[in-house]
Design a protein around this ligand. Structure first.
Ligand code: VG1
Ligand code: CO
Length: 563
């Protein structure tokens, strides 16, 4: 079959970050830019004769990129493509499709929760045959290939109609356009107790109302299939569920700042159970009236309640894990229940090996990512349905009082104590300022100058004594690979912790993240355990800002986002 060779020159900036290559759409639209990176992917894998999945969040520039992947992939010998209808497969759905159809890998067109549209972001991410994000060894190869590229291969073919389901011949290859939703709905039906959840929801239509907000990202059709068609909720229970290429101009990130469309309605109508997901469907927020579940608590609670979920009841819980900056709430559950547990660097790719080795079942990140070994990506709707399953089960044992999100949270704190947790993001600050702050901390780290120093918060009068300072590095227990410089950690003598990290998903400038955690034991009393995170962390945050001299280095007073 005639394959054309197109000469090209390398771009120097095609290094995949925490989760693929993310840049402004305009960057991807430069001549040869997208083609180069797609060819760099094929130069780094061996996809000849194999099946490749193509999915994504349907954002602006996705349909064009699907056609490019088909042309270049076919020229590089891919035998069969499985493509989500209208170039849509949420990140968790794509992970499932790769696994279910035993594909060689997948290309996901998404920049997750970053805004979309012609002036915003686009992204390309490669997933391997276990359905998870490519490990660093693979993404490093892609970056090297992108720096050395001199040509790409392409076949001439008319555009594929991405809206027509079915299998078609495409040059030397085959293309299957599949329904984006069915396989995923079947997956969740096999994991959770749908009959129990349905009977709970339909018998509490007035006192346990549900609102899911798709933020015009990819999860809308999935939520409709699961919440409305399968679990019997009314259509009024879902909103903003039509995927739009620019997410309706919004920022499809499920947190208290960006998911205001959900927060407003939950508060004004007093809705008992609210939830939202991000652009590509892998993040989640659980938020009912007056009840916000931090992601760190959410994963700990799901782990604690695992045996009400049929998937875990049957298969058991093999182990738990969290990313390093995530609070240690889940560690306490593991310790109490005797599960093995792990602390990995930020990014879902680090959980995959542990899952493949049968040592990890449930894990999460503080960044609104929660999931399990049913696939190899975090999974927004999975977490939402997990919470509904837990609440339905909790209420089976409580015939006289309807238990809601807050009851489950308080019960957890009384058993395990509470880890107050918050993250401050300083987005798009100067790269020089950010690296100066990193240098400052590194200096303290190597000289030990901050060790054993005590810092007093002027507003709360609490004192915090630094007990250690280190740069987090991780050795993968399965393949021995080492990942260094994964964040600077300051520990305090009371067990509190502050972490500084540079984001690896931004598309311009530098983004600094500061994570703060303070643990309060279960006997601290209701007043202490019931504080807001902002109050519980006030003193520690002041000390963290003072020690790092963050405001001076970044030349900013306030964070862009607090979660
Ligand atoms: C952020 C989060 C990280 C998450 C990553 C991808 O990375 O902090 O926990 O895994 O986004 O999530 P960073 O490097 O910017 O801190 V998603 O939903 O954007 O694919
Ligand atoms: Co995402």
């Amino acid at each position: 079959y005639p394959v054309k060779e197109i000469p090209t020159k390398p771009f120097t900036d095609q290094k995949p970050g925490t989760s693929g290559l993310r840049k402004r759409v305009k960057v991807f639209q430069q001549e040869h830019y997208t083609e180069n990176f797609i060819q760099a992917i094929f130069d780094s894998i061996d996809a000849k004769g194999q099946t490749l999945v193509i999915g994504g969040d349907g954002r602006y520039y996705s349909p064009e990129t699907v056609q490019i992947v088909l042309k270049i992939g076919s020229a590089n010998g891919v035998a069969r493509f499985i493509v989500g209808k209208d170039s849509i497969l949420s990140t968790p759905a794509a992970s499932n499709v790769i696994r279910k159809y035993k594909a060689y890998g997948g290309i996901l067109l998404t920049a997750s929760h970053n805004p979309g549209g012609p002036d915003n972001d686009f992204g390309i991410k490669y997933n391997v045959s276990n359905g998870g994000p490519a490990p660093e060894s693979v993404t490093n190869k892609m970056f090297e290939a992108s720096k050395n590229i001199s040509k790409y291969f392409i076949i001439e073919q008319p555009e594929v109609n991405l809206s027509r389901i079915g299998e078609f011949t495409y040059g030397p290859s085959k293309v299957s356009i599949i329904d984006s939703v069915t396989d995923y709905t079947t997956l969740l039906e096999g994991i959770f107790d749908f009959p129990l959840i349905k009977s709970f929801l339909t018998s509490h239509t007035h006192d346990f109302r549900v609102l899911f907000d798709g933020l015009h990202g990819v999860t809308g059709p999935y939520a409709e299939s699961i919440l409305v068609d399968k679990l019997g909720l009314s259509k009024a229970s879902i909103q903003n569920c039509k995927p739009l290429p620019d997410f309706g101009g919004g920022h499809p990130d499920p947190n208290l700042t960006y998911a205001h469309s959900l927060v407003e309605v939950v508060e004004s109508k007093g809705i008992e159970f609210g939830a939202a997901s991000d652009g590509d469907g892998d993040r989640n927020m659980i938020y009912g009236k007056g009840a916000f579940v931090t992601p760190s608590d959410s994963v700990a609670i799901i782990a604690d309640w695992a045996d009400v979920i049929p998937y875990f009841k049957k298969g058991g819980v093999k182990g738990l894990a969290r990313s390093m900056p995530t609070s240690k709430a889940i560690d306490l559950v593991a310790q109490k229940k005797g599960f093995e547990y792990f602390e990995v660097p930020t990014g879902w790719k680090f959980f995959g090996n542990l899952m493949d080795a049968g040592r990890l079942s449930i894990c999460g990140e503080e960044s609104f990512g929660t999931g399990s070994d049913h696939i190899r990506e975090k999974d927004g709707l999975w977490a939402v349905i997990a919470w509904l399953n837990i609440l339905a089960a909790a209420n089976e044992d409580s015939p006289n009082k309807l238990l809601g999100i807050n009851d489950v949270l308080q019960r957890h704190y009384i058993i395990y104590g509470r880890s107050f947790f918050s993250r401050y993001d300083y987005e798009e600050v100067s790269s020089e300022g950010a690296s100066a702050m990193v240098d400052h901390l590194n200096q303290a780290l190597s000289s030990g100058s901050l060790n054993d120093t005590t810092h007093k918060s002027s507003s709360t009068s609490e004192s915090f004594t630094i007990s250690g300072l280190y740069d987090f590095a991780y050795t993968d227990p399965i393949d021995g690979s080492v990942s260094k410089n994964q964040g600077q950690v300051i520990t305090f003598s009371d067990g509190s912790r502050v972490v500084f990290r540079l984001s690896g998903t931004g598309s311009s400038g530098a983004t600094v993240r500061m994570y703060v955690e303070r643990y309060v034991a279960n006997d601290a009393g209701d007043a202490e355990l019931g504080k807001s995170a902002a109050d519980g962390l006030k003193g520690l945050i002041e000390v963290a800002l003072e020690v790092s001299q963050l405001k001076k280095f970044l030349k900013v007073e306030e964070p862009t986002v607090i979660t």
